[in-house]
Design a protein around this ligand. Structure first.
Ligand code: NOJ
Length: 871
């Protein structure tokens, strides 16, 4: 679909400032590397912020009483494997507080037993079902809470999914920022209503695994030390990558994880433009920023740039050193880090804690250890100290299997159906492919799911859980076949070509071919893929397998388990291939869910949350797989701007194989009667005024160094990170990094300023200026089920913003609606001010341009039968 007006005419009638004044891709002279402008001081809490008042009052009562050492203990992890969870902050025994337990992740609880393995977030995104997405997050968090977890390291919206080959895209929902933002907000609400703090991650532009971390280059055999820099302009930052984070923060997210890689050549966890300016000033974030694991590379600089919590606390895993801990104590004592900053860190952490309803007194017991399944063992795993019962093996799953089955079925996308589905007591079913079967070594046989064998139900890395069971497609389909009296045979290998050809060539065979493509986090390499996929082809000879089956069987049905799109160009239109399904990463109920769909117990209604291009090249972007800047940090230039996924295909006038938002049903739907109602939204006013001056919480800290050394007789645990100093001489106190008298000189101008700050024009509340969410229009349309079975349709609303630099259209509303055959339902969607705005780099605010705007309604990004102009 193209906008009616050409770029030239649009330019003449509408305008929007284009110059970038804040985030720059280049330095001021227009040459050199992308640059991230400093922004100081670090915005302190706003105790009156919407939704945070009560939490801040409680935090103040608690933090007022803390000593400097106790505050530092809140901010610094105890070290890798130092305690039971993947991340832990120190306790405050004096007040009976056990500290915090932070645990992955986005698809279920990592490193624990008797937990559920949910669907990937991406497959949840494919449901386009707000309620289900929230139910999923709530269920995950209930399990987390019952294991004693305080902070769940989920949801993820970064990577957003700029690269179709991006290794961790499945940990997020969709490369569309609107869909990702809605899903993230629902997930934050679902998690936090159980009393667990949600972490929206990874802020920001963490789009690829290659070179994501400092030192990755060396491990690949290059002499590049620094991590890649994702280079982005201000408009793209706002209109694309920051968008879903804003939704999560508006929904009340208690914490944000900053990312490993650099943004415009400044590391994610010490980038003042990202943390101070965008996150805390503009988006008014009131919770705490925690580092990704060992993503912190400085002490004081990170503190003044907006980092609030160091994870896992040591400089590198088990280094016995920390940028914070004692260093932070010392930096506050010697005045390098302003006292208000440590107060602010402690307040932000405790406000998030109270906001979700936690109390000091009844912290749930941490009843599992991340590091062993043994019942008894050391609490302090790295030091092998403190042997006691560390795994109580508590079953926290409830009836979540049913929910997982529903999500997996609702997310499954029917991409092609020539009438062979749903199956109805077929005479003979032949299931082909190792992706239908179980894994040698069991479903948890590879640590962090770091392998690809058997059916693919989860990607690899930190975003993994432990399967309590895994229903394979082979098991579920065989059970169904036996029930129906169907003959059933499976060949659970991709390499038995002759046997396969002969089996599927038998008369009356319905051939179900299961294939996959996997990816994950860069710390594990699988089949030569270092997290990111090397290409978009199917794994383990999947394409050959499909060709062989389709050559011998006229009723071949393909089921794809994958972490994103694969190239299907060679075979998707083969007439012998009568149906294609994408089942994503379905989690523990894989086989049941696909059986529900194949047999029509559930009518498919999932819509693909990304575009399926004809080739890898058609996406117009490529991961930086090799150094491209000599021995210096690789440079990842986001030259495609806001044009990723369907926006890119639209801009190139390129027809994808399956477009974003597409998915078939066993019934048919029709759209009619579009109607637009205009609301009387008040005029948009830039946020004005000033912040309060930096508050100091509690009594002044004593400046007597003897108050801060290790207490007499204190027995230290090996590798554990403490807030205590080694010596009363500030210059002797630390064995590792020291920021002594010279410190003030290296702090950027303004870094310690504690006076009132002017308001950000686009700020004013969590997520940004509250007026951005004013409803400007409400759109109504009628959706009719014109087929003969009940079905669910995802009505989608797209907006054309109409400017020369705008995509042809962007998603701005959707609803999954259940409709009985022969009846109609009304689709209703609100369009907010934000939905119609562009980011103006000059005024540093959102503006609605005077470019002509239109809306489109339909059931995919390329099937939009209804449209209207916005007046
Ligand atoms: C690194 C990953 O990037 C992050 O997502 C995860 O939460 C931490 N490791 C902790 O496991």
């Amino acid at each position: 679909m193209k906008t009616a007006t050409t770029a030239a005419t649009v330019l003449a009638i509408c305008n929007l400032a284009a110059a970038s004044s804040h985030f720059k891709r280049q330095n001021d002279t227009g040459v050199g590397l992308a640059y991230s402008p400093p922004y100081y001081p670090s915005p302190w809490m706003d105790p009156e912020a919407e939704g945070w008042q009560e939490a801040y009052a409680q935090a103040k009562a608690f933090v007022s009483d803390l000593t400097l050492l106790e505050k530092v203990n809140l901010t610094t992890g105890t070290g890798w494997m130092a305690d039971l969870c993947v991340g832990n902050v120190g306790s405050i025994p004096r007040v009976g507080w056990r500290g915090l337990c932070l645990q992955d992740g986005p698809q279920g609880i990592r490193f624990a037993d008797y937990v559920s393995y949910f669907t990937s977030s991406q497959l949840a995104g494919a449901t386009w079902n707000r309620d289900l997405i929230r139910d999923r997050a709530r269920a995950m968090a209930l399990e987390a809470r019952d294991k004693g977890i305080d902070v769940l390291l989920a949801p993820a919206v970064g990577p957003l999914g700029r690269f179709p080959t991006g290794g961790r895209n499945w940990e997020g929902f969709s490369p569309d920022p609107y869909l990702a933002g809605v899903a993230a907000a629902e997930s934050v609400k679902g998690i936090q209503e159980t009393g667990v703090i949600a972490t929206i991650k990874h802020l920001i532009m963490n789009e690829q695994e290659h070179f994501r971390e400092r030192g990755n280059g060396i491990s690949y055999g290059y002499s590049v030390v620094e991590a890649i820099s994702s280079n982005v302009d201000d408009k793209t930052m706002h209109e694309l990558y920051l968008w879903p984070f804003a939704d999560a923060i508006r929904a009340g997210a208690g914490s944000v994880m900053c990312s490993y890689q650099q943004v415009n050549n400044s590391y994610g966890c010490q980038n003042s433009a990202v943390l101070n300016h965008l996150l805390k000033e503009e988006l008014g974030f009131q919770g705490f920023v925690l580092s990704d694991w060992a993503a912190q590379h400085t002490g004081v600089a990170a503190a003044v740039a907006g980092l609030d919590m160091s994870m896992p606390g040591d400089v590198t895993f088990n280094s016995r050193t920390s940028y914070w801990g004692a260093n932070l104590t010392n930096a506050v004592l010697n005045g390098t880090v302003p006292e208000y900053r440590i107060d602010d860190m402690a307040m932000r952490i405790m406000a998030a804690f109270f906001k979700v309803g936690r109390t000091i007194e009844d912290a749930p017991e941490i009843n599992f250890s991340s590091w062993t399944r043994d019942s008894d063992g050391p609490v302090h795993w790295a030091a092998k100290e403190g042997v006691q019962t560390i795994n109580q093996h508590i079953d926290v799953r409830r009836d979540h299997g049913d929910l997982i089955r529903r999500i997996a079925a609702q997310g499954t996308v029917l991409l092609k159906n020539e009438g062979s589905l749903p199956l109805n007591k077929p005479k003979f079913v032949a299931v082909i492919g190792e992706d239908a079967g179980s894994r040698v070594g069991g479903p948890n046989g590879c640590p962090n799911q770091g392998c690809n064998s058997g059916t693919l139900a989860a990607g690899w890395g930190s975003g993994t859980a432990s399967f309590p069971y895994l229903i394979t497609p082979d098991a579920a389909l065989q059970r169904k076949a036996v029930e129906d009296g169907t003959r059933y045979e499976s060949i659970l290998s991709n390499w038995e070509h002759e046997l396969t050809a002969s089996l599927v060539g038998e008369p009356d065979a319905t051939a179900l071919v299961f294939v996959n493509a996997n990816s994950g986090e860069g710390f594990i390499e699988v089949d030569g893929n270092v997290g990111d996929r090397n290409n978009l082809t199917l794994w383990n000879g999947g394409d050959d397998l499909i060709e062989i089956v389709a050559a011998h069987n006229p009723n071949t049905i393909i089921i794809i388990h994958s972490t994103g799109p694969v190239v299907v160009s060679e075979w998707y239109d083969n007439p012998n291939i009568t149906a294609i399904l994408w089942a994503g990463l379905p989690g523990q109920e894989s086989g049941n869910a696909i059986t529900d769909i194949l047999y029509g117990r559930v009518n498919p209604g999932g819509k693909t949350p990304f575009t399926w291009g004809a080739s890898e090249e058609s996406y117009g972007v490529k991961i930086v797989y090799e150094p491209n800047n000599g021995d210096d940090a690789p440079q990842g230039d986001f030259d495609d701007g806001i044009f990723i996924d369907y926006r890119w295909f639209d801009s190139q006038d390129d027809e994808p194989i399956f477009e974003f938002g597409f998915g078939l049903s066993y019934t048919t739907f029709e759209f009619s009667d579009i109607r637009v109602e205009r609301s009387n939204a008040s005029e948009y006013k830039p946020n004005t005024g000033e912040s309060i001056p930096a508050p100091r919480i509690g009594a002044n800290h004593s400046s007597d160094y003897t108050d801060y050394v290790f207490p007499e007789g204190f027995r230290r645990i090996d590798q554990f990170i403490y807030p205590y100093l080694n010596s009363t001489d500030p210059k002797q106190t630390l064995g590792d990094r020291f920021y002594g008298d010279e410190a003030e000189d290296f702090l950027p101008p303004g870094a310690t300023d504690d006076s009132r700050r002017p308001a950000h024009p686009a700020g004013g509340g969590p997520g940004g200026n509250p007026q951005l969410w004013d409803v400007m229009y409400t759109v109504f349309a009628t959706v009719t089920n014109t087929g003969s079975v009940v079905g669910e349709e995802v009505a989608q609303l797209y907006v054309s913003l109409g400017g020369p630099d705008d995509p042809a259209k962007v998603l701005r509303g959707f609803e999954r609606i259940r409709i009985d055959p022969g009846t109609s339902e009304t689709f209703r969607a609100d369009i907010t001010r934000r939905d119609l705005s562009n980011w103006d780099t000059v005024s540093q605010n959102w503006v609605i341009s005077d470019c002509p705007k239109s809306i489109y309604v339909g059931n995919s990004s390329r099937n939009l039968p209804l449209h209207a102009a916005l007046q």
